[in-house]
Design a protein around this ligand. Structure first.
Ligand code: KMH
Ligand code: ZN
Length: 313
C-alpha cells in the first residue's frame, strides 16, 4: 500500500513469441492482423507493455524481418497507448544481427535483452502434438535438442550500446537463471545500464531455472541483494506455471508478464482464445489482491521510458 493508495503493478503481455509452434493452438497469433488484434485486446484488458515478435503469415514461422513488424506496429501505436517492447531474442537459429534488425529500425521504447547463453529445450513439445500444420515445425522443435541460445558478454554489450544507447531504448532484462542476474550486475557495474531497470525473472524454460516457488524466492533474494531498489522485478512463468508464479510474485511486490508467447492456456486444459483473456484474468487476480494495474504512462514513469515521440513507427 502506498501513501496514495494501492501499489501499481505493470502488466506485460507477450503476444506470440517464437517458443510455441502453430500446431499447439489455433489461437496463437501468426499474421500481422492477428498479432495487432491480440495486442490491442491485451492493451484494452490492461497490459501496459506489449512484447512483440513477428511470424511469417504463410506458415507461422518466426521471422526477424522488419518489414513484417512494419505491418502491425503502426496499428498498435494507433489503437493503444501501450509501450511497445520488441524482442532482440528473435527465434531459434537467428543471428544477433537478424534478432536486432527490427529494434534498430523502429527504435522502440523497450526491447528484451537476454542475459546469458543457455540451452533452450523445446523438443518436448513435439510429443504433445498429434498433427503438424506446417512442415517446418517438427524439425524446428527437434533442432532445439542441439541448440545453444547464444548471448555472450560481447553480444550483450553490443545490444546495450547499439540498441540501448543509440536508440534510447530501455530493456526488459530476461533472466532465466541466477547466473544471469550476476551477468546483469556486471553490466550495471560497467555503467551500461540506466536505473531503474526491469528484471524479468523467467521460470520453467528447459535450460533455465525451474518453476518451483523456492526457485522464485531464490531469484528474488538474489536480485534484491545485487540490485537493491535500483530495479523493478517482474515474473514470467512458462506454460502451466504462468498464473501461479505471476500471482505469487505480485503478492511479493513484483510486476507480471502473461501472454501466449509464454503459455497457450487460460486455465488447466483450456486453451486461451486471446491474449486479452490472459490479461483480463491476471487483472482480476490483482484486483482481488488490492493491487492496481499501472497505466502505460505510469509504466513509462516507473521505468524512465522515452515515450512514443522517440519511436520510429
Ligand atoms: N521467450 C521468453 C521466455 C525474447 O523475446 O528476447 C523470453 C523472451 C525472450 O521473450
Ligand atoms: Zn520474446
Amino acid at each position: 500500500m502506498t501513501a496514495k493508495g494501492n501499489r501499481k503493478v505493470i502488466v506485460t503481455c507477450a503476444v506470440t513469441g517464437a517458443v510455441h509452434v502453430p500446431s499447439q493452438s489455433p489461437y496463437l497469433p501468426l499474421t500481422p492482423a492477428q498479432i495487432a488484434q491480440d495486442a490491442v485486446a491485451a492493451a484494452d484488458a490492461g497490459a501496459a507493455i506489449l512484447h512483440l515478435h513477428a511470424r511469417d503469415p504463410e506458415n507461422g514461422k518466426p521471422t526477424p524481418d522488419p518489414d513484417m513488424y512494419a505491418r502491425f506496429l503502426p496499428e498498435i501505436k494507433e489503437r493503444t497507448e501501450a509501450v511497445v517492447n520488441i524482442t532482440t531474442g528473435g527465434g531459434q537459429g537467428m543471428s544477433l544481427d537478424d534478432r536486432t534488425a527490427a529494434a534498430r529500425r523502429f527504435s522502440p521504447e523497450m526491447c528484451s535483452l537476454n542475459m546469458g547463453s543457455m540451452n533452450f529445450g523445446r523438443f518436448g513439445i513435439a510429443s504433445r502434438i498429434k498433427e503438424f500444420r506446417y512442415d517446418w515445425e517438427a524439425a524446428d522443435l527437434e533442432a532445439s535438442r542441439d541448440y545453444i541460445f547464444r548471448n555472450t558478454y560481447k553480444d550483450i554489450e553490443w545490444v546495450l550500446r547499439e540498441v540501448g544507447e543509440t536508440h534510447g531504448t530501455r530493456f526488459e532484462f530476461e533472466c532465466y537463471d541466477v547466473g544471469h542476474l550476476y551477468n546483469l550486475a556486471y553490466f550495471l557495474d560497467l555503467g551500461l545500464i540506466k536505473t531503474p531497470f526491469l528484471v524479468q525473472t523467467i521460470f520453467g524454460i528447459m535450460g533455465g531455472i525451474g518453476p518451483d516457488p523456492e526457485d522464485l524466492m531464490h531469484m528474488k533474494r538474489t536480485a534484491d541483494r545485487l540490485f537493491g531498489d535500483a530495479y523493478l522485478w517482474s515474473i514470467l512463468g512458462a506454460g502451466r506455471h504462468q498464473f501461479n508464479l505471476v500471482t505469487m510474485g505480485a503478492i511479493m511486490g513484483g510486476n507480471v508478464r502473461v501472454g501466449m508467447e509464454d503459455n497457450i492456456y487460460l486455465n488447466r486444459g483450456e486453451l486461451a482464445h486471446s491474449n486479452g483473456d490472459q490479461v483480463a484474468k491476471i487483472v482480476r487476480i490483482l484486483k482481488e489482491l488490492s493491487l492496481d494495474v499501472a497505466t502505460p504512462d505510469e509504466a513509462r514513469q516507473m521505468l524512465g521510458l522515452k515515450g512514443y515521440q522517440g519511436v520510429n513507427f
